[in-house]
Ligand binder design. Structure first.
Ligand SMILES: Nc1ncnc2c1ncn2[C@@H]1O[C@H](COP(=O)(O)OP(=O)(O)OP(=O)(O)O)[C@@H](O)[C@H]1O
Ligand SMILES: [Mg+2]
Length: 391
């Protein structure tokens, strides 16, 4: 039995021949374990986030040796202030633990992806496959604004554009909505992906390679996700899916700016984010918050896409059901561009429900043309940004 007191650690071994009671130690406190240290480090938030460094996976090891707490951290950032700040906070936190008189804090810092294209990578688990040229998040903030519909149609539009440039099979779509994955239904895919060793082979439709939690969990099984599980799943979608050579990987995010968004930012260096919003203030206000989150972690905003911008009635008259100008306003306030305005039309909804995206079924419709225009703009913006070490 180990008893720790202010006087130090004394060892008391009970035996059948030894009737001596353990020494009375007035200021008793238990030995601090690595788990205790990690628990305490949950008080240290990543600068600018409400999430802590432990749940971000930045703590590599923790131990108390004598009266010295030793902690090692790994993070990826190009901002020298961040490791410094985290180190100071960790030191404060460790010194508040019982029995800790000194600290050794080792912080391994890897630079973010490139200087010109920082990629908003917070954590130490970085590792986008080198075969993926550009990874783009499709985000919104508010739910139900049509992100998944937009992501599916944009992916199909990009596949058409790249195929026309002699680059077929170079678009991927990763459905990170683990709570309500809708991409398989919207793109018309069913069944399970094949497994090759430790890797999953993405399913393919309309020239787009797709991975979704919807392929892996039963429709009727509610899944209760915790932060670390979300992180692990997103990591696996990035690292254990054989995407092959991709020019562009679109990542459809669940609504909000919570765990999934932050885990993604930590796991996959993003080359950009597209914000989807409807025109009304209820959506644009949250979209703006989402945009600020990406800017905070150095993910460049490629622009805002306004969905459900107007309804065209059979006589050809425009009705701005959700108001006007929200997309442009959001883009202006974030210092980015409005990529395009997608109409609210029954064919888009029906195409989503039937797994037949309008871009594929009616490629010459005004909506399909809008999606390809947006795709063109995104490709143009990305082509101006060199990413070393990729083909
Ligand atoms: N431009 C559009 N015209 C008509 N219907 C649309 C349009 N965009 C989306 N919808 C419909 O709106 C509904 C919500 O769209 P979707 O699921 O893509 O939104 P989401 O932002 O991904 O939602 P969530 O936040 O739950 O992930 C769907 O039924 C979809 O078919
Ligand atoms: Mg969705």
């Amino acid at each position: 039995m180990i008893v720790a007191g202010r006087q130090g650690i004394s060892i008391y071994t009970p035996s059948p021949h030894n009737n001596v009671k353990p020494p009375f130690v007035p200021n008793f406190y238990p030995t601090v374990t690595p788990d205790d240290i990690k628990e305490a480090l949950k008080q240290v938030k990543y600068p600018g986030f409400s999430r802590d460094i432990v749940s971000f996976g930045l703590v590599r090891s923790a131990a108390l040796v004598g009266d010295t707490a030793k902690v090692s951290l790994a993070l990826t950032t190009s901002d020298p202030k961040i490791p410094l700040h985290i180190k100071q906070e960790v030191d404060k936190c460790l010194r508040a633990l019982p029995g800790v008189k000194a600290t050794v804090i080792d912080v391994a810092v890897a630079p973010a992806r490139t200087a010109s294209a920082p990629g908003g990578n917070l954590g130490g688990n970085a590792g986008a496959p080198k075969t993926i040229k550009y990874a783009i998040a499709i985000a919104s903030g508010k739910g139900g604004v049509g992100k998944s519909t937009f992501a599916v149609n944009l992916a199909c539009a990009l596949a058409q554009l790249l195929t026309a440039q002699g680059r077929p099979g170079r678009v991927g779509l990763m459905d990170c909505d683990i709570y309500g994955p809708s991409v398989p239904l919207m793109i018309g895919l069913d069944g399970r992906p094949q497994v090759e060793g430790d890797n999953l082979i993405p399913m393919e439709k309309h020239g787009v390679k797709v991975m979704s939690m919807g392929f892996l969990v039963d429709d009727n099984t509610p899944v209760v996700w915790r932060g670390p599980m979300i992180m692990k799943t997103i990591q696996q979608f990035v690292q254990n899916v054989k995407w092959g050579e991709l020019d562009i990987l679109l990542v459809d995010l669940p609504p909000g700016t919570g765990d999934a968004q932050l885990s993604l930012v930590q796991t996959l260096p993003l080359d950009g984010a597209v914000l989807v919003t409807t025109p009304q203030p209820a959506a644009t206000n949250v979209a703006r918050k989402g945009g600020l989150m990406f800017q905070k972690v150095n993910v460049p905003l490629l622009g805002v896409a306004e969905n459900m911008s107007y309804f065209l009635d059979p006589t050809g008259q425009k009705h701005t059901i959700f108001g006007e100008g929200g997309g442009q306003k959001t883009a202006d306030s974030l210092g980015t561009v409005l990529l395009g305005q997608v109409p609210l039309i029954p064919e888009i909804r029906a195409g989503g429900d039937a797994g037949k995206p309008i871009v594929v079924t009616t490629p010459n419709s005004p909506a399909a043309v809008t999606f390809r225009d947006i795709g063109d703009r995104i490709l143009l913006q990305l082509s101006r940004k060199p990413v070393p070490g990729t083909t």
